[in-house]
Design a protein around this ligand. Structure first.
Ligand code: SF4
Length: 237
């Protein structure tokens, strides 16, 4: 197994949990957007074009999956067109999900058999999965304004997990948006694969995103990915 360096930064001087006022005044409800959320015009147009082209697909903001009472939250970037945007469950139906769910099963954060369908009966254990941006973006690249606009829903997810102890972020965008959701400065905890940041009572784990591109180019190997989960499992027990 590849050994990854495990750098630690301590953000204990920052806020341990996001401000309860983060959702106040936004006019946004809770942790999941409405299926016709109108807040990002470019993504709404993209979503409507997908609905016209593929009327059988989900084509809506993808809600989180898993246990709100879990101790672990995994934060991805955004739904993939052929994956979560098609099936309606995070990371379900594309390569990123093959690697993520196999690893979750290996480390006891899921049970059942992953069959790339939202009705495959797979359940998450002590774990919830969401995204920094809830609508599929063109070329998998949300704009900074879209990441900011969707962040209150990430704040909402964090706030509705009373037992949360660990957040595993997949990629730099998820890392930076999660830090902002926690009310922390990105400069205080630079993204690095394998890094662990202490934010008050929370541990923030960094991993490269488990996309096909990253694995094809060996930026992320399955062994590197498993090492991050091994650290999470060792810390949570
Ligand atoms: S990305 Fe988020 S804020 Fe923007 S339209 Fe979709 S659900 Fe709404």
């Amino acid at each position: 197994m590849t050994t990854i360096s495990r750098t630690r930064s301590n953000l204990a001087h920052g806020k341990a949990t996001p401000s309860k006022s983060a959702l106040a005044g936004t006019g946004l409800p809770g942790s999941e957007p409405d299926r016709n959320c109108p807040l990002c015009p470019r993504l709404v147009s993209f979503r409507e074009a997908a609905r016209a082209r593929e009327p059988e697909w989900f084509n809506s903001p993808v809600p989180s999956f898993g246990d709100p009472n879990g101790r672990l939250l995994i934060v991805g970037l955004a739904p993939g067109m052929q994956g979560a945007n098609r099936t309606g469950r995070p990371f379900t139906g594309d390569y990123a999900g093959d690697l993520l769910y196999a690893t979750l099963l290996e480390y006891g954060f899921a049970k059942g058999v992953y069959q790339a369908r939202p009705d495959d009966g797979l359940t998450l254990v002590d774990c919830r999965i969401g995204n920094a941006v809830h609508c599929v973006p063109p070329q998998n690249k949300p704009l900074p304004a879209e990441i900011n606009t969707c962040r209150p829903y990430l704040v909402g997810k964090i706030e509705t997990m009373p037992n949360l102890r660990a957040i595993l972020v997949l990629g730099r965008v998820a890392h930076d948006s999660t830090l902002k959701a926690l009310g922390l400065r990105a400069a205080a905890a630079p993204f690095a694969h394998g890094a662990v940041h202490q934010a008050g009572a929370l541990q923030l784990y960094d991993s490269y995103h488990c996309s096909r591109y990253n694995t094809n180019t060996r930026v992320l190997t399955p062994a590197m990915f498993r090492s991050v989960f091994a650290n999470v499992r060792a810390d949570l027990g």
